[in-house]
Structure formats: structure tokens, C-alpha cells
Design a protein around this ligand. Structure first.
Ligand code: SF4
Length: 99
């Protein structure tokens, strides 16, 4: 497995401007049971909301709350990491705020 360098960019301050309506109990992204570690590592780098993480014990961590609905993980990890990807239902998901 490729060793990843630590991420030093903190996107939380920028993303905190957005508003999210999380559809609890009905996640719009679901992962496969045993995600491919190499592809998961790519998503750790590629997800602009930094929702794909590997913790200190090497566990893969993901929570779709805070998703920007960009579709990157759908393209990069479909089948190997992402089992199901849909847009959130009406009135749910991200509402972008600028400034
Ligand atoms: S759709 Fe984009 S923001 Fe949402 S989890 Fe996938 S890569 Fe991250």
C-alpha cells in the first residue's frame, strides 16, 4: 500500500460557510464492505470536502455529511470504494454560500 503524506490543508473554515441538510438514515453515498485501500487513498486526496479519511490505526473512515456533491468519488471509486451514489433528495444536501 502506498504511504500517504499527512494532509496539511484545513478546508473546514471554507466549507463551514455552506449549509447542509443531512438526510439522517438515508445516506446518498454508500461504500462497499471492503474498500480497495489504494483507491480509498486516492479519495482521501481527491475529495474536496475531506470526507474520506484513514485514522491513526489505519481504519478507513467516511461520512457523507458535508458532501459537496461533486461526484469525484463516484468517478474515481465506483465499484471499488463506492457501492451507491445518488444525489440527496429534494431540499437535502449542500446549499452553497459564498463570501
Ligand atoms: S461527491 Fe465529492 S464531496 Fe461528496 S464525498 Fe464524493 S468526492 Fe467528496
Amino acid at each position: 500500500m502506498t504511504q500517504l503524506r499527512p494532509i496539511t490543508v484545513n478546508v473546514d473554515a471554507y466549507l463551514g460557510r455552506n449549509k447542509y441538510e443531512v438526510d439522517e438514515g438515508n445516506p446518498h453515498i454508500e461504500l462497499v464492505d471492503h474498500a480497495d485501500p489504494e483507491t480509498f487513498g486516492r479519495l482521501v486526496r481527491a475529495c474536496p470536502a475531506a470526507l474520506y479519511k484513514v485514522d491513526a490505526e489505519g481504519n478507513q473512515v467516511f461520512d457523507c455529511a458535508g458532501c459537496l456533491e461533486c461526484g469525484t468519488c463516484r468517478i474515481v471509486g465506483s465499484g471499488t470504494v463506492v457501492a451507491r451514489w445518488n444525489y440527496p433528495g429534494p431540499t437535502m444536501g449542500v446549499e452553497y454560500r459564498y463570501g
